[in-house]
Design a protein around this ligand. Structure first.
Ligand code: ADP
Ligand code: MG
Length: 225
């Protein structure tokens, strides 16, 4: 039997202070390769904390995170960064594009770190932009694009290195309903192509599009029926 792609075992994340905040409380979760999972909960429930841990941007205070069967707690900072660059793509609510770089440069950027051979990068970036319908915007700057277009650039950037896991934190939070639908369709086609997808949202309509929904309430998970 192959290990789950993602496995959290009794993960607690505490933030010091008075009082201390436990943003995640003994969370356990398994996600198989190829799954499309949404994590839904209200503001402050621990969603971003969860995404940061899944994305190796943060570490559990207690408990264990295994990625593709490997314990991530044993990795050095450099190793974590390398695993992140090669295996994980991120999409954020506010796009996080570099404003002074062209759309093409934004999509090229992660390949500097992910080990894609230099002479393949431009081809891959162009193909990733074509796949999100923005090949004709390659030389534009992000500020000249609509919100939906910016998010599609962010999706192209997130998948250009061929990650195994795509993590999205409120990916439709800055978009209107129609544009949100387009982003969700894009996710669905990526999932159909085999990508493992975790979408974190407070929007039940967005969460319901995933094959599996996990609820988070006050740092605790429960599987939806
Ligand atoms: P969500 O993304 O669901 O809105 P977060 O994961 O951002 O929730 O936050 C969960 C809880 O953890 C909140 O009570 C928040 O205030 C707290 N929290 C998050 N990050 C920090 C931090 N760096 N320091 C202290 N408290 C934090
Ligand atoms: Mg959040």
């Amino acid at each position: 039997m192959t290990a789950p792609l993602v496995e959290l075992r009794d993960v607690t994340r505490s933030f010091p202070g008075s009082p201390e905040v436990q943003a995640l409380k003994a969370v356990s979760l398994e996600i198989a390769a190829g799954e499309y999972v949404s994590i839904v909960g209200p503001s402050g429930s621990g969603k971003s904390t969860m995404l940061n841990i899944l994305g190796l941007l943060d570490t559990p205070t207690v408990g264990e995170y295994r990625l593709a069967g490997a314990r991530t707690g044993d990795l050095t900072d450099d190793e974590r960064a390398a695993v992140r660059a090669q295996f994980i793509g991120f999409v954020f609510q506010s796009f996080h594009l570099m404003p002074r770089r062209t759309v093409l440069d934004n999509v090229l950027m992660p390949m500097t770190y992910s080990g894609v051979p230099r002479d393949e990068r431009e081809d891959r970036a162009v193909r990733a932009l074509d796949a999100v319908g923005l090949g004709h915007r390659a030389s534009f700057f992000p500020g000249t694009l609509s919100g939906g277009e910016r998010q599609r650039v962010a999706v192209a950037r997130a998948v250009v290195s061929g990650p195994r896991l795509l993590l999205a934190d409120e990916p439709t939070g800055s978009l209107d309903q129609r544009t949100s639908g387009e982003i969700m369709e894009l996710f669905e086609s990526l999932h159909a192509g085999g990508l493992t997808l975790v979408v974190i949202t407070h929007d039940v309509g967005v969460a319901d599009r995933a094959a599996r929904t996990v609820r988070i309430t006050d740092g605790r998970l429960s599987e939806a029926a």
